[in-house]
Design a protein around this ligand. Structure first.
Ligand SMILES: C[S@@+](CC[C@H](N)C(=O)[O-])C[C@H]1O[C@@H](n2cnc3c(N)ncnc32)[C@H](O)[C@@H]1O
Length: 412
């Protein structure tokens, strides 16, 4: 085992904040803990609050896992642990004090000689004007650069790098400052070539599949059906359930890779045995026993999008069947060698519901049960799902782009 140097940030324990889809925190927690346990990381969950999970772990563990998180929206690292320079859970009530604290922080560790972008929020605090807070931050950071000028190599490259984003939060005068580690949101996979009306967000699709995972038997193989395929998001996420975000990771666009304090050490860490052992563990993980994939859509254009989005997977020989089909016209499912389970988001939302009957969800469930599907995981508007109670074994309410929706699991 390689030696770790406790002086180096990469080997230190820090606080991280995982931003999750609102309402799905406990489902995302399953993914986070599964992956941390898989690499035998030493971690502690400190708080689960609406929209996020705070935990502590070593920096190396989290950085290695970032490209693998699929149900998470974004990951932040809390800044500061030395009392005098603390930017984590510190009381600040006025702008001069804010400027003073900010100017003392070691910005050259994280920034390449430039001020960052900001996401500022304030609740029940004396400091609440985000423009003034932002100005104090930028002034403080520039002051710090005057006192400790950034190295020429960082200044030289600063314009080529995407800006770092700082998350600043005030709650009851308590300030917490965090750095974004992800750049683009993790749920923007950049893998789909064509989209359709109302696609489901990839991280939500992943979390629906994770909810399904709790209800599958480990010694069985299943066929996954999405009868309202759309652009194929759910099938694609199911096929790549355990994979890392290859497009993102290959482009090397994660901001932490250019933090001066981490970049060299992270490259060195990637050469270690432990890093490689963990990559193998992560690469071999297979959590869902889905072997066949089936998708229907009534709409030719949706089918075209799904075919294009799943072209790569079809070419590699994965058993995927996509068919233009009105679910309600189907008499039987061909080939029942494997039990069929369903994960889907039926048409919902004001725009889509205009042309469909009020009991569409109930009809969908009856049809799928009649076709012999064993487990159904459905996301729809809460006002629709609350009418369903028969055989419902789990319900999780969450917000999908501001809409009140619910994921229900139905088991015969
Ligand atoms: C909300 S969208 C699904 C979006 C999909 N999950 C995605 O991410 O792209 C619902 C889909 O159901 C399809 N649909 C509506 N009624 C249908 C029916 N009776 N049979 C099959 N598909 C239907 C629509 O054409 C639409 O593509």
């Amino acid at each position: 085992m390689e030696k770790t140097n406790p002086e180096k940030l990469i080997h230190q324990k820090r606080f991280f904040y995982f931003i999750t889809p609102l309402g799905l925190e406990r489902v995302v927690q399953l993914e986070i803990e599964e992956k941390l346990l898989l690499i035998k990381a030493d971690y502690k969950i400190h708080e689960i609050s609406p929209g996020g999970i705070e935990l502590s772990a070593t920096v190396a563990d989290i950085l290695q896992l970032i490209p693998y998180f699929r149900g998470v929206t974004r990951i932040l690292m809390r800044l500061g642990n030395e009392a005098s320079l603390n930017l984590y859970k510190t009381t600040v009530r006025d702008l001069p004090k804010l400027f003073q604290k900010v100017s003392k922080f070691h910005w050259n560790d994280y920034l390449n000689g430039d001020v960052p972008e900001y996401v500022i929020s304030a609740k029940s605090s004396r400091l609440f004007d985000s423009r003034k807070i932002e100005k104090s931050f930028s002034d403080g950071i520039l002051r710090h650069f005057q006192m400790r000028p950034p190295k020429a190599i960082y200044l030289k490259r600063k314009d080529q790098l995407p800006k770092t984003t700082l998350y600043v939060r005030f709650q009851d005068d308590m300030m917490t400052v965090s750095l974004d580690l992800c750049g683009e949101r993790l749920d923007r996979r950049k893998e789909k070539l064509m989209t359709t009306d109302a696609p489901i967000r990839e991280s939500i699709a992943h979390n629906m599949l994770r909810i399904l995972g709790k209800h599958l038997e480990t010694n069985k193989s299943y066929r996954l059906l999405d009868p309202f395929l759309g652009s194929g998001t759910i099938l694609k996420e199911a096929i790549h359930f355990d994979d890392w975000l290859s497009v993102r990771a290959n482009e090397h666009r994660f901001p932490f890779e250019t933090f001066p304090i981490l970049e060299k050490d992270y490259i060195d860490y990637q050469k270690t045995e432990i890093f490689n052992e963990r990559q193998i563990l992560l690469g071999n993980k297979k959590s869902l026993a889905l072997t066949h994939f089936l998708g229907f859509d009534i709409d030719e254009l949706a089918l075209k999008a799904a075919r294009l989005n799943l072209e790569g997977e079809i070419k590699t020989g994965i058993k995927i069947q996509l068919k233009k089909q009105d679910l309600f016209e189907l008499k039987t499912l061909e080939d029942n060698t494997f039990p069929t389970i369903v994960v889907t988001n039926p048409p919902y939302g004001e725009r889509l519901l205009k042309d469909i009957p009020n009991d569409f969800l109930k009809q969908t469930i009856e049809k799928l049960e009649q076709l012999g599907c064993e487990i159904l995981v459905l996301v729809s508007l809460k006002e629709q799902t609350k009418k369903i109670s028969k055989n419902v074994v789990e319900r999780i309410s969450f917000s999908n782009g501001g809409l009140d929706v619910e994921c229900i699991v139905i088991k015969k």
